[in-house]
Design a protein around this ligand. Sequence first.
Ligand code: SAH
Length: 367
Amino acid sequence: MSVTETRINLLDLDEVRLREFFQSIGEKPFRAEQILKWIYHQGVTDFELMTNLSKELRQRLERVAVVEPPKVLSEQVSLDGTTKWLIGFGGGNAVETVFIPETSRGTLCISSQVGCALNCTFCATGAQGFNRNLTTAEIIGQVWLAARALGHERNGIRRITNVVLMGMGEPLLNFDAVVPALSLLRHDLGFGFAAKRVTLSTAGLVPGIDRLRETIDVALAVSLHAPEDALRETLVPLNRKYPIRELMRSCADYVSDKHKRTVTFEYTLIDGVNDHPEHARQLVKLLRRLPSKLNLIPFNPFPGTRYRCSTAERIREFQEIVMAGGLIATVRKTRGDDIDAACGQLAGKVLDRTRRSQMLRQHMQRN
Ligand code: SAH
């Protein structure tokens, strides 16, 4: 058993809660600012090194708190520079975090749950089942670890320019832990990302989208994958609960808020399933009045799946139709597929699972 268990992990607290924490131990709330800068600007987790705090306060913090990020279990770098980390939380739980470098930006894709309960039929994470929600510390800890591994901020240049909650899990089903993590991503004393550079991706949890709109300002991505209910139900079972009509209402409300001008719709193109020209035309009708962007994702196969990726020609044709209809549509380049880091491939392989549990066992023996 670890001795840290009774101490509070400060990575779990956003700025507001950190102030409350200092107040609760009889300290001035502005201590929160000093600690946040140490953790998120300097990458320091050891209280001993936080030299602008009095020795007495440092010793006190030592007794009641920790700054404990999760552990990197492995790191893989793809030929295209995409980096994937397996990040462990103890007890056999691990998720994957992916960094995708491009010429003018670097996107970090983080996870919000171990596994996923939504069971989308084309997603490897869904096939794996659901284990548990991540805590705020485990979510923001992925960014902290990636920032450190990448040498994030050097000479004023940031390597991570965007963070997307598009890894494993449905972030809106873990709302209470996700929101403080979003707040730390946004806050100047945290990572300081602009609202448009932090994107939450959801399979379409309508009450969650509505609540998010009222809670914090971030960019929204919605996994649509079909222009009509019957087809969408076969791909995203959640559609039975929240059909397209309600989803569109919720998205329209989200973008009508003055800071949140567009919503990105993700559409995974699956051969012979949702890639027909008629689907593209239906999509135009559905989305043309909404300020939105369409992100077409070629399906990434994984072992055991019954689906295949659409042909290059079909993808081009689909994009042409939606663009001719007035939508803004891009085709997502597949990145890091040599290390299984592409969309929908995270920690999904049966083989990978065996490797992962072996790795975890070895890791536990070492520690
Ligand atoms: N639960 C959230 C975030 C995780 S999925 C959501 O559903 O949005 C991130 C994106 O990858 C989603 O758009 C998802 O539909 C897509 N995706 C999942 N499996 C995929 C696969 N095998 N190929 C391509 N994209 C996939």
